[in-house]
Design a binder for this molecule. Sequence first.
Ligand SMILES: [Zn+2]
Ligand SMILES: [Zn+2]
Length: 377
Amino acid sequence: MLAIGMLRGKAGVHTFELPKPEIKQPDEVLVRVKEAGVDGTDFNMVRHNLQDIAEGRNEIVMGHEMVGVIEAVGSDVKSVAPGDMVVFTVRRGCGICQPCLHNQSDMCMTGLYTERGIHKQDGFFTEFVVDQEQYVVKVPGDLANLAVFTEPLSIAEKGIEQISVIQSRLPWACEHPDHTYTSPDWGKCKTALVLGAGPLGILATALLRLAEVHTYVADIVPEDSHKVHLVKHMGANYIDARSKTPKEIVEFCCSATANLDIVFEASGAAATAVELISHMSRSSIYVMTGIPREELVIQVDAAQLVRQIVRNNQVVVGSVNSNRSHFEMALKDIPAINSRFGGMLEEMITHRFKLEDYERIFVPTDQNIKTVIEVEP
Ligand SMILES: [Zn+2]
Ligand SMILES: [Zn+2]
């Protein structure tokens, strides 16, 4: 079968043939990939030649976002059957630490995990995948066309969950009793700034807007770009960060409510991400999800920064990867996002390719939001 990935010691992206995988254990499933999503991690792997290939292998299949159909199941498999639409989770736990032993490999304590399509394990830019039943999540039949968003949305879900968990520490600065972090409209009277209008920033914005958060999105693209159209379509406000300092961005967001309750960093722009900490509001939370790839040294007033974080009870938290529970949240929210924001998810797909188009898939373009590889339409 055809696969797209990286070859040891060779830069760039390549195609190669692999034998079709087979079920060897009773708890395994064989899945035929229908669609696979390409995201910033994949682009960065190619651009920066980030190779983490398993020992004894000369190649790794890329791709960690997918939807597929169960082709066959092992004798012990109970939760899915041939014909079911499914998505795979990405990380495979270390098998040692308590989070990994309790279905939270996204919080792995040892760092000895692997990840399909990123770290040591073959990914989903191919035709067939075999894995254990525990890593497969069943997709409702009517979500077939949008389920490729499950994994990227699960990353946003985990970030938003961090906000909810951490801000349960306070009534959250609002006089309305139904605007607490436990209600579906928890975001009313709250303001958020999302940094970066890439797929993750847009999906985080969608979740914030579903919860009625006043949301501002900052990026460095012109007002007339497709990203900005999607941001505004969800009732969020766009800020062109090229014309504002971090201080001015925050002042602009705060003008409506005086407080910036949430910062969701999804750009990987390290300098702006760090400078923004200095402008956090009291008792606010800052979730970082972007991963800068290049070295960047800036000067900060460390004493001022520490003083401010302590005195204002601020939380800066990193959030990476996601576990099964976040995939399940994502599958619930995909229809809500799509109906509330009128086909927004479909509009995010700017490019569609076949596996055979591998050379064109990773050519960066200005208007790219989400690229989908149609493996088996
Ligand atoms: Zn672990
Ligand atoms: Zn309120």
